[in-house]
Design a protein around this ligand. Structure first.
Ligand SMILES: [Zn+2]
Length: 126
């Protein structure tokens, strides 16, 4: 097992969402490190596919949970997402469906959905 404690964030590749999530996750979970799994608009990918990208995300999340012992997995939706340019309402709907999918993976970890708004602050949705 790697040294230190870890949390897992399934984040957008957007540079504006990296530091806010690292700070939020370290503070909320009291961990040393944050494993960052990034895609353009991961809420849209987990909700709508493609299947091979979902598998790739799952493989990386499982490394974080099983090999790094992370017990907290966070999924991020955010304002002004270039990779998934839909309304906030649509992001919320995708976040909810994505969390259903993450739940179906039956990982030994708690799941969180968060929104990063135009102030680049992290708000917990679920
Ligand atoms: Zn984005």
């Amino acid at each position: 097992m790697a040294e230190g404690t870890f949390a897992t964030v399934i984040n957008c590749m957007d540079g504006r969402t990296q530091v806010p999530l690292i700070e939020w996750a370290k503070d909320k979970f009291g961990v040393d490190h944050v494993d960052m799994i990034t895609e353009p608009g991961p809420d849209g990918i987990l909700a709508n596919g493609p299947e091979e990208l979902i598998r790739s995300i799952r493989d990386r999340v499982l490394i974080s949970v099983e090999k790094h012992g992370s017990s907290n997995v966070v999924l991020v939706s955010h304002h002004d997402c270039a990779g998934n340019p839909v309304s906030k309402e649509e992001h919320m709907e995708q976040l909810s469906r994505s969390l259903d999918l993450l739940r179906s993976w039956k990982m030994d970890a708690k799941l969180y959905g968060v929104w990063v708004g135009d102030d680049w602050k992290v708000v917990r949705i679920s």
